[in-house]
Write a protein that binds this ligand. Structure first.
Ligand code: SF4
Length: 690
């Protein structure tokens, strides 16, 4: 084990214990490939509605779910799992079922006799949350653990007797008052919350356990899983399988990006034995996203690139358990304290016109002769060898190849602006070092990390600390993210402080890929770097082949009516993915953030419809975090760090929150969205659209 995973320089899955869930085996006991990474989802129907739950479960299974979770909020619901299970078996479906338990040990003890797995939340299995901060002496703390042991042990005994598996599933938003008092709202608190339960289970020689550390903030979630692995290994010299997920990720493009950033980063580390992508959409729609995330590790991409090995990391020069942005100097608006920039690759457009800049956030208004600039407007465009024949918006700059840059420098002004002043050259590392002509302001310099093995270090010292150089790191290595990360380690070790752009090309894989596959690739590769604090900008691109293949799959996607990518050009899709990744990693906020639960049998209103309604009224409120939660039982706890909360509190009733404070209780649902807007206005978080 290296720090918290098997390897930081190649994909290697963490060795974990084998867990049996009905007939399904999970984990990586041989420490090589192990059992496949299992994909799962959760029903959203009322558990007491047997037929609806059975039918939804079947849709999930048909989509490929290998486990189906069903909420069991009460003893009655837990008991009804028996009818659901037998109806599924009658119809020929043997997929293991998981009962989801919060607050009700009695329900857990019933469910554990019926279904193949129970999920307990250590934050609320025994404790009732009162949001109190209490000073615990060591003796008080030990007494609390005894209380947990007493209440939790009966469930363990039932699980042992019935061969039932268990997930100890910590959620960042629902840590107990005890944990919050001692550890605060931290990754370590999440880990300790699960470890308290795990130690009790091990003492009972019960090992059929999976663990999870979910949060709606991918940064927190990634740190917590890593810390959990390290803690388990340090304490037990072995690890239990991990169930990965980002909670309340939302829907559409944002939900997919957020999930891929969190889950993908950990999968790249070789962590994760089963995954669930929580979307505020029908549960069967989560499965293709899970499959796209997991299949990356069955392919060539995940194998060691023996011809181009990445040098091992002997000394880890950053903290993988704590976010800290790498220290850089500033080159123009890149690096230092600037938010990461977005570079849009427009080089595949044959003749770039002013109208095409709309796809990257700039709209020209002929009447006023002005550019409108959106919050998600690219900072730079890469045009290859094109010099544009129209005046550019004031904030936009152009990156071109060196010969074109020299021509641009001599070109006559367009629309009153000096062309050359807005153009900057991009070189290969050797090309830059050997070139006699360079920009005295900004030079972009490409390094293909470990394409030639350790030769990638050849030019580093010559580029180092040249105050005009922005490094552009990319990799064609099978372990692309790991090789770029390895280069960052080298930069830190050598004291090189040039800002860096992460360049990610989506491979064509010799087949047509959907927009979702590209999106997951981009989010996974960049999430892994940005969450470490690595990256002063991003540039997402595609090979010519994948670009033309996507154009055809786009047609299909639009035909399915999937709202988030309808009618987007490929450049728009990439630009919005870029800003989505920066938002999900919380490195650059450009839009409203929605934390919406995926819904389940407890949900008290139509979450998908309400989320869409709230989004349509508030999506211009950059940086405001709005939680939309289906029930008052778990919703408030799981809203994490939302600024405002819209929470179902009874049939047709909504309770509104400002942070954790209730401000409007049991509002009629017909007027609740208007009341939310009023609350935003009262709280000075509202801006009129436009
Ligand atoms: S917050 Fe949403 S997903 Fe969580 S228990 Fe409540 S309704 Fe279900």
């Amino acid at each position: 084990m290296q720090f918290y995973c098997e390897s930081l320089t190649e994909y290697k899955r963490l060795k974990t214990k084998e867990v049996k869930i009905g007939d399904l085996l999970l984990g990586n006991p041989d420490g090589y490939r192990g059992h496949p990474i299992r994909v799962q989802t959760m029903t959203t129907t009322d558990t007491m509605d047997t037929l609806a739950t059975v039918e939804q479960s079947i849709r999930c299974i048909e989509a490929g779910a290998e486990l189906v979770r069903i909420t069991a909020p009460s003893k009655n619901d837990a008991g009804n799992l028996l009818y659901i299970k037998s109806e599924l078996r009658k119809r020929g479906y043997y997929t293991p079922l998981v009962a989801d338990i919060h607050f009700t040990p009695n329900a857990a003890e019933i469910a554990a006799r019926i279904v193949e797995k129970v999920r307990v939340n250590p934050g609320n299995y025994v404790d009732k949350k009162k949001f109190e901060l209490i000073e615990y002496s060591d003796a008080d703390y030990a007494e609390e653990i005894d209380r947990i042991r007493e209440r939790f042990t009966p469930l363990i005994k039932i699980c042992k007797e019935y061969g039932t598996a268990m997930r100890i599933g910590t959620n960042h938003g629902s840590l107990s008052d005890r944990i919050m008092s001692r550890y605060g709202d931290t990754a370590m608190g999440m880990v300790e919350s699960a470890m308290e339960f795990l130690r009790i289970a091990r003492n009972e020689s019960y090992h059929n356990i999976v663990l999870s550390m979910k949060s709606s903030n991918p940064q927190v979630m990634v740190q917590a899983y890593r810390l959990l692995v390290k803690t388990m290994f340090d304490e037990f010299a072995e690890c239990y399988p991990l169930h990965l997920g980002v909670t309340e990720a939302g829907d559409g493009e944002d939900g997919r990006i957020k999930s891929a950033v969190g889950i993908g980063t950990l999968l790249e580390d070789g962590l994760g034995d089963t995954i669930r992508v929580s979307l505020t959409e029908d549960p069967e729609l989560e499965i293709p996203v899970c499959k796209d995330l997991v299949k990356r590790y069955d392919s060539q991409q995940s194998t060691v690139d023996s011809s181009r090995p990445i040098p091992a990391i002997d000394k880890l020069s950053y903290d993988p358990f704590r976010y800290q942005r790498r220290e850089t100097f500033e080159v123009d608006n890149i690096g230092a304290k600037h938010v990461p920039v977005v570079i849009a690759d427009l080089s595949k457009i044959e003749k770039i016109s002013a109208t095409q800049l709309e796809s990257v956030g700039y709209t020209y208004d002929e009447a006023t002769d002005k550019w409108n600039i959106s919050d998600a407007a690219a900072d730079y465009i890469f045009t290859g060898n094109q010099i544009l024949d129209f005046a550019l918006p004031g904030t936009l700059k152009v990156i071109v190849y060196p010969e074109t840059w020299q021509k641009a420098a001599k070109a006559s002004p367009v629309g009153g602006g000096l062309v050359g002043a807005k153009y900057f050259p991009i070189y290969q590392d050797s090309g830059y070092v050997e070139s006699a002509i360079k920009s005295d302001q900004t030079n972009f310099v490409m390094i293909d990390c470990f394409n030639d093995g350790a030769d990638s270090f050849t030019y580093l010292d010559q580029l180092a600390n040249d105050l005009t150089v922005v490094l552009c790191l990319s990799s064609t290595n099978n372990n692309a993210m790991q090789s770029v990360r390895r280069m960052y380690v080298e930069l830190i070790n050598r004291g090189i402080k040039n800002p860096v752009i992460n360049i990610t090309d989506s491979p064509d894989n010799n087949r047509e890929q959907t927009a979702d596959e590209h999106l997951i690739h981009f989010a996974t590769e960049n999430g892994g770097l940005l969450l470490e604090g690595f990256g002063d900008g991003i540039c997402l691109g595609m090979t010519s082949k994948s670009y033309s293949l996507l154009a055809s799959s786009y047609k299909q996607l639009n035909a399915t009516g999937r709202n988030y990518s309808n009618n987007l050009t490929i450049e728009q899709f990439i630009n919005s993915t870029s800003f989505g990744i920066l938002q999900a990693t919380r490195t650059r906020i450009s839009k409203t953030e929605y934390i919406s639960c995926p819904s389940c049998g407890r949900t008290l209103f139509d979450l998908q419809e309400t989320t869409a309604k709230i989004r349509s009224r508030t999506n211009h409120l950059k940086g405001v975090k709005i939680a939309i939660m289906g029930c008052i039982v778990n919703g408030p706890g799981e809203m994490a760090d939302a600024d405002f909360g819209y929470v179902g509190s009874g049939t047709g009733k909504i309770t509104l929150y400002r942070g954790k404070e209730i401000v409007k209780r049991n509002v009629n649902s017909e007027v609740a969205v208007d009341e939310l807007i009023n609350l935003l206005k009262e709280s000075e978080a509202w801006l009129e659209p436009g």
